[in-house]
Structure formats: structure tokens, C-alpha cells
Design a protein. Sequence first.
Length: 285
Amino acid sequence: MRSSTPTRHAARAALALVAAAAATTLAPPAAAQIAPGSTLVFSGTADAIDVGSAGVLLDFGQHVIADPSANTGTFASLNKPRTGAVGSIETITVGSGPQPVRKFVQFGPYKFDLTAVPSGPYGQDACYVEPVVGQRCTPFQLPSFTLSPFYLENLASSGSDGMFTALVSFDVIGTVTAHGTTTDFTGTITATFDGVSFQEALAGLEQFGLEDVPFTATFVTGGGVARASATTLMAAEAAVVPEPSTAALVAIGLAGVAGVARRRARARLRGAPLAPRDDDAPGRA
């Protein structure tokens, strides 16, 4: 009987080890954290239609591609050489203010919910005047005098003094969820128009819409990393007081730019040849 005591103790010890191992195996895994400052970069194309006071309808075509090497932090797992990870994106109407859209963008387990689109930071005085390199503008969300979310800039095209490259951007604010954790993100979506000023892009959008516009988006977790905070943007919007001369400028500028600019923008933005017309001949009004 005495000789069985060590064996009994050993068996109990073995059972205790097995129970501890089982408890460790069955314990729920700790939720993976989304690291602050993680960056997701992706691209795609969109069709744009001006829908009036509601804003601009952007049809992104459902699919986007993550940059194969530029993603950092938590999103570094989406880096795939040569191909890039494929994600989904929802069609939205871009207008200033709250804009809840669930699963606006999704890459694998990462779901980005849109909550708001802030107004752009620039005034609209340069929106409908003769194009010049360095101009910046945020158009009104007509027919109201609310600043739209878009901010535009004219750059000089590389290797050409007479051509423009227009940048058209807007910011987004929301949350990203994955593996049971949620954190804030801010982002910027930018379209580049080579050989076109933003005045021409505006005329094209307002007259007939834009097709297959390439864009790049950058989303960063942690909040406060976009152009400015939502509070700052809304305060800047409230400080803008339109004057009668501003409204007149919008009306006159649209009429003035939408002539030749309309045809030039249509040709460049849609890839169609610019056919000559009789009313473009010298001496015609």
C-alpha cells in the first residue's frame, strides 16, 4: 500500500497538467489590436454624377485594389507583391455632414464604416476663373452656399508649361473594425486629371458627368491625421459668409467656362477626340 502512494501522486499531477493545458487551449484568444497610425492605400476608378443639392454621386464599381507595398502597421498584411489585395467599396453620394455608410470599404477582416464627410478647406473664388497653376478652390454645394467636401488644386503638368494636372480630393471620417476591436480612422480620396484644369473638370462634371476617373485613397487609423479635425472643418464652414458678388461670380463663371472647357474636358476626361466645330472658327461669336 505504501508503494502505491508515489504512483497516485504522479497520476494526480499528470491530470492537473492535462486540465491546465485544456483550459489554456479552450480560453478565448485575446482580441488583436488595430495599431494607431496604420496606413491603408488603395486605388480604383469611379463614375461621378452631379445630383444637385445632395452632392456628387460616386459609383466606385464595387472593387478596389490595395497598394502592393505601401500599407503599414496592422494593414501591412495586405501587401501583396505585383497584385495587391482586392477589396470592396460602396457607391456613395458625397455631400458635407454626417453620412453613415456601413462597410463603405472592406479588405478581408477590416471593415471601414463611414460616419461623416467634412467640408473642403478652401474658398470658391477661384473655381470659375481662368485657370492658373497654384489655384485652389472648394466649390459650393449648389444651389445652397454650403461648401462642398471637395478641394481642388491646379498643378503644372510635368514637362509642359501650358498644361495642367488637376487634383480633386475629399476627406472621410469613420471607424474600422476587425477581430472584435474598433478604432477611428480618417482618410483622403484623390482623383488626378492629367492635362485638365479643375475648372474644366468642374464644367465636365456639371454638364455631363465624368466616367472611369482613376483615384487613390489613403486611410490612417487613430484619428486626427487627416487634413484637419471635423470640429475645425465645421467651424471654418460656418465662418464662410457668401456675398452677392460671389453668387454672381458662380453664375457668370459657369456660363463662361462651360463653352470651350466643356468640349475640351469631355474629350480629355472621356478619351474622345476633340472634333472641330464651325462655331470655334475665328470670327465666330
